[in-house]
Design a protein around this ligand. Sequence first.
Ligand code: FAD
Length: 117
Amino acid sequence: RLGNATAKAELGRATWKYFHTVMARFPEKPTDDQQDALRSYIHLFARLYPCGECAEHFQQHLTKYPPQVSSRKAAAGWACFIHNEVNAMLEKPEFDCNNLGKFYDCGCAEDDEEEDE
Ligand code: FAD
């Protein structure tokens, strides 16, 4: 467990940025294998998250709200929802998931030009 609240918040911000960016880059029409990969990734991510109490809470959220991996939209929407669950637990304001848009643009559009043209 990270004892220092500032370090814990900083880790959280960096992780959420990365987590939502993964969802924003997930294929719009994933294969079964890609869906399995994301589902496994999310469960392992939750198990291995370095803040122990956070990992414990997050695994409980996952049990209640299993990852949605059928498409980019489903995955990004699910991640926004689950982050809002954490926000609610921490008494933080709810994020409007309609505003996800370009919020998590990684600057790697050249990787899939056909999708971003
Ligand atoms: P953060 O919640 O870190 O969000 C960063 C930015 O993301 C926001 O400024 C906003 O622009 C955007 N954002 C906010 N909500 C959403 C959303 N729903 N969808 C998309 N983008 C959004 N801290 C604890 O004290 N206890 C815990 O149990 C705990 N569990 C955590 C579990 C996980 C998996 C993670 C990644 C973090 C956890 N944290 C926990 C840390 C906590 O969620 C915050 O990251 C930290 O408190 C810093 O909060 P913040 O207000 O800067 O914004």
